[in-house]
Design a binder for this molecule. Sequence first.
Ligand code: ADP
Ligand code: GLC
Length: 502
Amino acid sequence: MPAATPARSGGSGKLRILFVTSECVPYAKTGGLGDAVAGLAKALHRLGHDVRIVLPLYSSIDYNKHNIQFKSSACIHMGGHEENWVGIHTAELEDGLEVWFVDHGRYFHRPGLYNDNGNDYSDNAYRFGLLSKAALQLCKDLKFIPDVVHLHDWQTAPTAAFLKTWDRSGSPLSNTASVLTIHNIGHQGKYHRGVMWYYGLGDEHFTPEKFEDFGGVNLLKAGIHFADAITTVSPTHAQEILQPIGGQGLESILNGRRADVSGILNGADYEFWHPNTDKLLPARYNANNLKGKAVCKEALQKRFGLDVRPNVPLFGIVTRFAQQKGCELFQGALPRALNGMAMQLVVLGTGDHVTEDFFNWLHAIYPNRAGVHIGFNNELSHLIEAGSDFFLMPSLYEPCGLNQIYSLAYGTLPIVRATGGLADTVENYDQTTGNGTGFVFNQTTPQALYDTIGWAVSTWYDRPQHYKKLQQAAMTKEFKWETSAQKYVEVYRKAIAHHQAA
Ligand code: ADP
Ligand code: GLC
């Protein structure tokens, strides 16, 4: 190890951990990835580990609000001797937890993180390849030699490949292990093979075990090959991705790494997501005093122009409009449910245009009973969690899901399909005892969703004492990031051992 390199922390003590990510709240978020990265990084930091986060400096990030400062510049070498100069800026996510922002104008000064108006940027493999490489260069330049780099989804999976190819013997990072967390296996980063050239990786890496996939590259697949350990975000989903449908084409490579694959449930950041302290709500409440929840319900009904009726059950939806989220089930079930049941609905979401059109149509048919907001709005997502009585999440697959965890905390009973993290966090209502924390169904059909909405509505009207019991049980459930972080530390240590043995 060169004399100038700081000592590694290693051993059984505190670890040096570098997160490389495309999202992190409060700076950049399109879904749960941003919440999960920040929640886990903070929990690890509070356990005493030395954590840094590398994130692109997107133009949407508010530089002044987050007190971001210029730090230095760095030269990132890609393939073909291409040099990219980037600016490095920093901020503190919390005391002593530093974020390094990579500023590359051509790649990151754009309206969206991954796409604009639904169209993916065609150079995403280049944009995030540069980020993946830059993370390692920053470690060397800023003399932070991690024990482990923690990568998230296809965007930063290439870091694992760079570590095992460019940063072999002689590099200060030659002892650094990598962990890849798959938050969403439905997005794999599939691109043209020309990407290999930009990554500076030769044909020996363009093989079916590594990058090659149906003639192109698959960045998530390469990450699975090169990472020392692979995790996903719930124990049930870790089983699902080893099976043909759940693995979405990656099941055989994952089975090849079976001993290194595990599932760790996400936590919730209760600093932001607890009804007793949530600053974004018109009133606060807890399990012992639900008056504030009634205030939130009224505010929500007014906000969406619905009839203000405390006794009618209000169903909430907050989601990306994507096939994964069961949008086809919504389309089949909700018009019938609104037609036949005394219920109200509020929807917040954005994404595929067919689903956006569907919900606008639903609102036009039921203007006083179905409120719809197309867009991304953090404050409104909190109000929907607090003001609704039930929360709908009929996902086809759900690696973990955070909204059902938030719903439990806010005493808003989740209605979920039994998949992935939804199955791991919601306990089905037992009508004989009144036990449970929500409503769970199995089939991926509109009928199953419709029937379960009916079950929830009948519980509301006919068994109010059971509704209350479920609500109380839901509000006592806690999914703390500290618990998850301890499990990640075990995975980090296994990954370090795996890397040393290789
Ligand atoms: P996913 O990451 O697959 O989208 P999660 O349930 O894990 O699903 O996390 C979704 C996160 O994104 C939650 O914090 C949710 O509140 C937020 N979210 C999703 N859609 C919107 C929206 N339209 N406006 C505001 N927040 C949203
Ligand atoms: C993904 C998954 C979601 C998970 C989130 C954070 O976007 O779809 O289930 O909760 O990542 O890990």
